[in-house]
Design a protein around this ligand. Structure first.
Ligand code: 5GP
Ligand code: ZN
Length: 116
């Protein structure tokens, strides 16, 4: 299912341009438009749901699929040894701005501070 008003559904459907770095039947990954690290990728399930609050037994498989794509992209972008971070914002306190479940894959330089 996709949402005609969702920007990430439109990116996955190639209705709006982006730099796609991975796509398969279930998952799409593309470069973030406003990168916060030398490597900043967004990884999404093709299926539209707003975020982690909407996770169910049925759609939870999206998390493992995204995780496997993240691992493979981290290798492809040379982050395997230096390290990388996978982050999902959920809701307003976390700063979520796009309400299609997505994970940020960040790496390529030491990350300042200790969020976690
Ligand atoms: P959030 O704040 O919801 O966790 O992350 C949304 C991310 O999507 C932000 O890092 C933002 O830069 C990125 N983003 C928003 N709109 C677009 C877009 O049209 N194209 C791409 N490639 N990234 C986008
Ligand atoms: Zn969507």
């Amino acid at each position: 299912m996709s949402d005609p008003n969702c920007i990430f559904c439109k990116i996955a459907a190639k209705q709006i341009p982006s730099t796609i770095v991975h796509e398969d039947e279930h998952v799409v990954a593309f470069k973030d438009i406003a990168p916060q690290a030398p490597v900043h990728l967004i990884i999404i399930p093709r299926e539209h749901f707003a975020g982690l609050n909407e996770l169910t037994e049925t759609n939870a498989v999206a998390l493992s699929r995204v995780g496997l794509v993240a691992k493979s992209l981290a290798e492809r972008f040379g982050l395997e040894k230096s390290g990388w971070r996978l982050v999902a914002n959920c809701g307003s306190d976390a700063g979520q701005t796009v309400f299609h479940l997505h994970f940020h894959l960040l790496g390529g330089a030491p990350m300042g501070g200790r969020m976690v």
